[in-house]
Structures are given as structure tokens and as C-alpha cells.
Design a protein around this ligand. Structure first.
Ligand code: FAD
Ligand code: MLT
Ligand code: ZN
Length: 518
């Protein structure tokens, strides 16, 4: 281990690991792979059982009405332009939407939705389109309502830490604004250069620092949303305490665009840490990963800000497919343990103490390094953040995102590796260990229905049998909606369906997603 000398440089770079040119934000890269070369098949071909709901067909009169609301320039009809709004980031879904609307204000969103509800036209809210469960794109001819033009930061209060922004603000951009006031956004994820705060809220995105700063359910103070009838729900409080009745905003958080369109949000931002340290460890068993985590919680306590694990197959993917280099030799597992605090000397002492204990404990970490400067910090994080991108280069990715008791987390990877032996390019496991969240991925050169049959529903049953969740943080979208009962009681699902009927009597808001077929 080498001592970090440049940790004080890190806070400003903490959440900005990809370079962004002045004033512009780098959009999240997708790798050019064989699978992404052509168009993905239509989602309706992959899911022939899903039938179009009894919605109206779009007419010229509808298009004229939308043009009157948002202006002709913000109604996209050109098939080539519309195409990218129909395809998801993983390129496993392709819808048949013909129209994209790009409103600028809540009033415009409200007028659009009011019209669609009256005419029974189905819609899909779309933010940065980085969702991983097929929720952000149409299946049939749903109209896409993109929030990209609703991108104004409305206020930041450096004293209370409350930031108020429109839904289409890109997460990385908001974090940059927060940094200028000595604050940070309470969430961070690999898609930060493209995903929008509205999409983050709609998916209740977790990310890399949930362990420290908690979920958006806790850090969101207020919301404004347009409900499926077109009414504006104003719950945009900036108060920390407000026990007046039911907390309706929680219904919108994590609803994946099925209960309304989030238009504004008030988020409580923590102070930006003055000192950030990052240790990268090599370990030779999953038990060693668990022991190291236990030690990290005990010795790093309140300054621990991330604890991520990567298995050898995931590391091989970033090395082989993206050409990234790993500073450590071959290990079965790697861990990123990050601290964020306010006193560099104190934080370094704690990290050094942790590393000493880890190295002296039999069977724990056998190798490791500490980021020396901002470049190393960014590089070490890219080994973790870019796994999702590297796996796509193999061809087709079967993606699972589950919560499990820590003791079971890696057993699932081993079990599936044996089950799929010889049929896949790789079985890769990594994730947010501190949150009990495993990202389990399989890749093949192209989609293979037989492989899918071996995975589903088996993997979901395995998770259910251990009382885990079939979606830890990505949501259900289209891809997981039929498995909701694996993680929620029948009655809970019925109550959800009642809530949906109450708020969206005509079912126009992101149909076919989240809730299972009746
Ligand atoms: P979209 O993809 O556009 O939409 C996602 C869902 O929200 C859709 O159902 C859509 O209809 C709905 N929606 C979007 N905007 C609104 C709105 N304003 N109102 C109502 N509904 C809306 N997720 C995690 O939880 N943790 C991670 O660490 C993480 N890392 C990622 C890394 C990469 C590289 C990628 C590609 C994705 C990652 N994700 C992660 C997935 C995650 O869900 C998204 O990145 C993000 O939260 C979605 O935001 P978005 O603006 O792209 O939403
Ligand atoms: C992550 O943690 O990297 C994201 O949730 C995306 C993924 O599943 O890889
Ligand atoms: Zn994740």
C-alpha cells in the first residue's frame, strides 16, 4: 500500500469521473458491439403475448393539438429521429412509437396529458433513457413525453442544502451546481452524464453511495408531478419536517412513470466532503469480501461512503472488452472501499488502520492500493462503473439486479455459473455489497431463447426462496413486471393496482409496465 498524498484534490472530482468539456456534459457512452450494430427486434416480437390496450390511434388533429401546446419544433415526427426514443440503453427493447413531445414547462406537460387522457392516447415519460428494465420506451405506439427541455435549476440554498430543480436536469449537471455551493447530490451512478433527476426519482435509483446517504425516498423533500388526468400535484415543499397527512410524493418515487410525470423536485444535498480516500483491494474468496466489509463498518464507521465488489469475470470483461488495466494481479474478487469525511488526517488514519487490520487478518485482503491522485481515483472507479458497458461488448446481455441476504449473494452467482456452464460467454457478479445488492449478468454473442429459459424464472424463484427482492434498484419496467409477486404479497399487488386505477382511470400512463397482466 502506498499513502495517498493527493486526497485533498479529490472532493471536487469526486462525482465527476468522466471528463466533460466546459459547459457541456458528456453523454453516457454505449459500446459499439456486434449486437448493437443492427436494430434490436421489436419488443412485440419478443413478447407476442402482450396485446395493445384499447387506446385510440393518433390522428392529425392530435398532432395539431400538440403543436399548439409545445410548438411545432418540439413535436418530433421524423421516423429516424423518433427511433432513438424507441430503443432502450441495453438495446433489448424496440417500440413502435411515432411521436415524441418535448415540453418545456409543467403547464405544457399538463395540457399534453389532459389531451391524451381525454382522447385515451397512451404515453411513456422519458428522461435520459438509461433505464435497464425496458420501462422508458414504448411497446406499441405510445407517445413519448421527453423531459429533456425541462432542465432548469430553480434554486439551491447553501444553508439548508436544499436544491430545487426541474425533472429534466442531468444528474451530473446538478452535482456540478451543488459543488459550487459546497454541496453534493446524495446519489451517484455510472449513468450520471445522461440520466435525469426525474428518471432517478421515477426509478428510485440507488447507486454507489446509498450506503452512506440513503435512498431518494429519504432525501427527496418535495415533488411536483402531472397526474394521468393532467392535474398538477403540488407537493413541492422544501421543509424537512411536514407530517400533514399522507406522503403522496412517495407514490411517485419508484413508480417508473406509471402514476404520473414528475416535473420538479426538492432534494436535500449533503455537504461535499473535504477529504475522499479510495482503497482498492484484491481478495481470494467471497468470505474474505464479507469479512472485509465487516471490518470496514467497524473501523471506518461514519466515513465509509461506498463498498463495492467486483468478481474476476467482471474484471476480465472491463480488461478484455474496454482495454482497461487493473493495478492488482489476478484475484477472485476486488473491493472498492471509499471514505468521505471532513478531516484528511483523521480519515487517513482511519483508512490506514483499516488496511492494516485487513492485511493482518488471515484470509482477508491479500493485495491492494490506495488512490494517489485524482487520475488514479477516476481510473479505479471506472473499473467498477464501466462493467455494465463492457458486458454489452460480448453481444447480448441478460441483466439481473437482486437483493439477497449477504450470505447468499455470491452463492447465486456460483449456482448460475454451474447451471449455464458452456452456454454463455460469461456469468459476471458485482454490485453494491453494502446494500446487499447483486448485479448478476450473463452474456451470449446474440439473444439465445434457450439460455433465457434456463435463467428465468429459475433465478427469480431462487431469490424468492431466500426472501430476496427480484429488483433491488433498477425497477420492474417491462422486463420484470410479471415477477412482482416473487417479492410482494398478493394483497400488496392488489392495493397497487387499485392505486393505479384511482390515479389513472384510463390506464394511459406507461401501460404494460410495473404491474403484471391482470
Ligand atoms: P429513463 O431511463 O428515461 O426512465 C426510467 C423510468 O422512469 C421509465 O419507466 C420512465 O417512464 C420513467 N421516467 C423517466 N422520467 C420520468 C419523469 N420525469 N416522471 C415520471 N417517470 C419518469 N440504477 C441504479 O439504481 N443504480 C445504479 O447504480 C445505476 N447505474 C447505472 C449505470 C448505467 C451505465 C446505466 C445505463 C444505468 C444505470 N442505472 C442505475 C439505471 C437507472 O435506472 C438509470 O440510470 C436512471 O435512474 C434512470 O434515469 P433516466 O433519466 O435515464 O430515466
Ligand atoms: C451499476 O451498479 O453499475 C448499475 O446498477 C448498472 C448495472 O447493473 O451494472
Ligand atoms: Zn447498481
Amino acid at each position: 500500500f502506498q499513502a495517498s498524498r493527493a486526497a485533498s484534490l479529490l472532493p471536487q472530482l469526486l462525482l465527476r469521473r468522466r471528463p466533460a468539456s466546459a459547459g457541456a456534459f458528456a453523454l453516457l457512452a454505449r459500446p459499439a458491439s456486434s449486437a448493437s450494430g443492427g436494430l434490436p427486434p421489436l419488443t412485440t416480437e419478443i413478447h407476442p403475448g402482450i396485446k395493445r390496450g384499447a387506446f385510440s390511434q393518433l390522428t392529425d388533429a392530435d398532432v395539431s393539438a400538440f403543436e399548439a401546446i409545445v410548438g411545432g419544433d418540439h413535436v418530433i415526427k421524423d421516423a429516424d429521429e423518433v427511433l432513438s426514443y424507441n430503443i432502450d440503453w441495453l438495446r433489448i427493447c424496440r417500440g413502435q412509437g411515432q411521436l415524441v413531445l418535448r415540453p418545456k414547462t409543467t403547464e405544457e406537460v399538463s395540457a399534453i396529458v389532459r389531451h391524451c387522457n381525454k382522447r385515451r392516447l397512451a404515453v411513456v415519460p422519458q428522461g435520459g433513457n438509461t433505464g435497464l428494465v425496458g420501462g422508458s420506451v414504448p411497446l406499441f405506439d405510445e407517445i413519448v413525453i421527453s423531459t429533456s427541455r425541462m432542465n432548469s435549476l430553480l434554486s439551491i440554498d447553501p444553508v439548508s442544502g436544499v436544491l430545487v430543480a426541474e425533472a429534466g436536469c442531468v444528474l451530473e449537471q446538478l452535482d456540478r451546481e451543488a459543488a459550487s455551493q459546497g454541496l453534493m447530490m446524495p446519489l451517484d451512478l455510472g449513468a450520471k452524464g445522461s440520466c435525469q433527476i426525474g428518471g432517478n426519482l421515477a426509478t428510485n435509483a440507488g447507486g454507489l453511495r446509498l450506503l452512506r446517504y440513503g435512498s431518494l425516498r429519504g432525501t427527496t423533500l418535495g415533488l411536483e408531478a402531472v397526474l394521468p388526468t393532467g392535474q398538477v400535484l403540488d407537493c413541492l415543499t422544501t421543509l424537512r419536517k411536514d407530517n400533514t397527512g399522507y406522503d403522496i410524493k412517495q407514490l411517485l418515487i419508484g413508480s417508473e412513470g406509471t402514476l404520473g410525470i414528475i416535473t420538479k423536485a426538492a432534494i436535500l444535498c449533503p455537504a461535499r466532503p473535504k477529504s475522499v480516500q479510495l482503497a482498492f483491494l484484491g481478495l481470494d474468496s467471497f468470505q474474505a469480501v464479507l469479512d472485509t466489509y465487516r471490518l470496514a463498518r467497524r473501523s471506518l464507521g461514519e466515513i465509509l461512503s461506498a463498498f463495492e465488489f467486483i468478481d474476476s469475470e467482471s474484471m476480465r470483461a472491463v480488461k478484455q472488452n474496454l482495454g482497461l488495466s487493473c493495478p492488482l494481479g489476478e484475484h477472485s474478487f476486488y473491493v472498492l472501499a471509499e471514505t468521505s469525511g471532513s478531516n484528511e488526517t483523521h480519515d487517513r488514519e482511519k483508512l490506514d488502520g483499516f488496511i492494516e487490520s485487513v492485511m493482518s487478518m488471515d484470509g482477508c485482503a491479500t493485495d491492494g492500493t490506495v488512490a494517489q491522485d485524482a487520475g488514479q481515483f477516476a481510473h479505479l472507479w471506472s473499473l467498477r462503473e464501466r462493467i455494465v458497458e463492457s458486458l454489452l461488448v460480448d453481444g447480448y446481455e441478460y441483466k439481473y439486479d437482486v437483493s439477497l441476504p449477504l450470505a447468499d449473494i455470491y452463492r447465486l452467482v456460483e449456482h448460475m455459473r454451474t447451471r449455464l456452464d458452456g452456454r454463455v460467454i460469461r456469468t459476471a457478479g458485482y454490485g453494491h455489497l453494502g446494500d446487499g445488492n447483486l448485479h448478476l449478468n450473463f452474456t451470449t454473442p446474440k439473444f439465445d431463447a434457450k439460455v433465457l429459459e434456463l435463467i428465468e424464472p429459475h433465478v427469480f424463484d431462487w431469490v424468492r426462496d431466500r426472501r430476496g427482492s427480484v429488483s433491488a434498484e433498477h425497477g420492474l419496467g417491462l422486463k420484470k413486471s410479471q415477477y412482482i409477486r416473487h417479492s410482494k404479497a398478493d394483497f400488496a399487488v392488489r392495493v397497487m393496482a387499485e392505486v393505479k386505477r384511482l390515479l389513472d382511470p384510463n390506464g394511459i400512463m406507461n401501460p404494460y409496465k410495473v404491474l403484471p397482466d391482470e
